[in-house]
Design a binder for this molecule. Structure first.
Ligand SMILES: C[S@@+](CC[C@H](N)C(=O)[O-])C[C@H]1O[C@@H](n2cnc3c(N)ncnc32)[C@H](O)[C@@H]1O
Length: 374
């Protein structure tokens, strides 16, 4: 049966171009990290637990070595403790799909001689890949959730890796092993934590998914300068689960169709485009959104500002807004800037962290810009 796992690992690694990472993927047994239980999402039932003990071994191994994210915890419940489906909650820990893990390691240029801090140990699989490639002494990893951290520690030890493991909030980094050549996030942040910038050597990099409360996601790859500033492009669009303290607050039912009425010709469906959503999020960083059929509802739970935008007739949409600021107007101004620039994708944007401020700009650092929430 070990022969089957090795064969599946070989097949999984076949798509990787870099010979180093291909060899690493072939060497690290993902089944040790995934454990014996995962959740699989089923549209109508929610998160359904799948247990190794209830499957044929070859089916289990095929699942473990498929190129998909395997969710091990939802809303704080570990898959091993789940006896029935769990609906209407977010996943809170997983083993990310291996192709994306390797892609991020490549973007971060994780290679011999670098010392790295990983934020979000999760199952420990990506930690193990880095230990295999760099040696365990070069790797520190921090995980927020105590139970997840404990499981990862057991799996890493069993696999023969001994990185420095910390349980706590990775938004503070890990000071005691700093400075690092690389920080790599495997959970998504709204803003780049100051401590990360301070814990990276000048010339080093921070590679992390970013995710805002509207759901716009990108991969940021920041280079830290001698003067402690950091700048980034957004090489790709990625969606990761949020770093726990950066997750959006709960959004309850709100009043719709009331407040100040206006008319717009700006199509709210621009928020269905991943860059359109990103721009709307930059313009209204505290807002969350839901679609109720063709009506877009935007709500800012921190201030109570609200907007809903519903189709009127062939001339456009009717907007209702209330609260301390005009939420749709802010989104519309952002979208207008993006449309004016020709609707470029995320690669036209960049991020500068300097002087206690984080600004996402379009085109160049002195182009149109939006401040990330402090
Ligand atoms: C996508 S999973 C990590 C995948 C992992 N690298 C792997 O290969 O299995 C994201 C992890 O980040 C953790 N996390 C969320 N917020 C965190 C924080 N503020 N500090 C450290 N870890 C955090 C979650 O508990 C979760 O285990």
């Amino acid at each position: 049966m070990n022969g089957l796992a090795a064969k599946l690992r070989h097949e999984l690694a076949a798509f990787i171009n870099s010979p180093h990472w291909r060899a690493t993927l072939e060497a690290v047994p993902r089944e040790l990290f995934v454990g014996d239980d995962v959740f699989q999402h089923d549209g109508s039932r929610g998160w359904v637990p799948a247990h190794r003990s209830e499957m044929r071994r070859e089916d289990w191994l095929a699942l473990v070595y498929s190129d998909q994210s395997l969710v091990t915890q939802v809303a704080g419940v570990m898959a091993e403790d789940a006896t029935a489906p769990i609906a209407n909650v977010w996943s809170t820990s997983s083993s990310t799909l291996p192709s994306l893990v390797v892609r991020m390691l490549e973007v971060a240029r994780i290679g011999e001689g670098v010392k790295v801090l990983e934020i979000g140990t999760g199952t420990g699989y990506s930690t193990a890949l880095m230990c295999h490639r760099l040696g365990s002494d070069a790797v520190t990893s921090i995980e927020y959730d105590p139970e997840v951290a404990q499981r990862a520690k057991i799996a890493l030890t069993k696999a023969g890796y001994t990185p420095a493991l910390v349980q706590g909030d990775g938004l503070g980094g890990v000071d005691r092993h700093a400075p690092y050549h690389r920080i790599i996030g495997t959970c998504a942040v709204r803003t780049i934590p100051d401590r990360w910038v301070r814990q990276v050597r000048p010339g080093g990099t921070i590679t992390t998914p970013m995710l805002g409360w509207l759901g716009g996601g990108v991969l940021a790859h920041l280079r830290v300068g001698e003067d402690g500033t950091a700048t980034s492009g957004f090489p790709e669009v990625v969606y990761f689960m949020p770093a726990r303290p950066h997750a959006a607050p709960p959004l309850d039912m709100v009043k719709m169709g009331v407040g100040e009425v206006s008319h717009t010709t700006m199509d709210p469906a621009l928020l269905c485009d991943q860059t359109g959503l990103l721009v709307a999020q930059l313009a209204a960083p505290q807002a969350q959104h839901v679609w109720i059929e063709k009506t877009l509802a935007l709500h800012d739970v921190t201030s109570g500002a609200h907007a809903d935008v519903q189709p009127a007739d062939s001339t456009g949409w009717v907007v209702h807004q209330y609260g301390p600021y005009r939420l749709w107007d802010a989104v519309e101004r952002g979208l207008a800037v993006w449309l004016e620039a020709g609707k470029p994708d995320q690669s036209a944007f960049g991020l500068t962290v300097a002087g206690g401020e984080q600004r996402v700009w379009l085109g160049s650092p002195d182009g149109p810009a939006w401040r990330l929430p402090g």
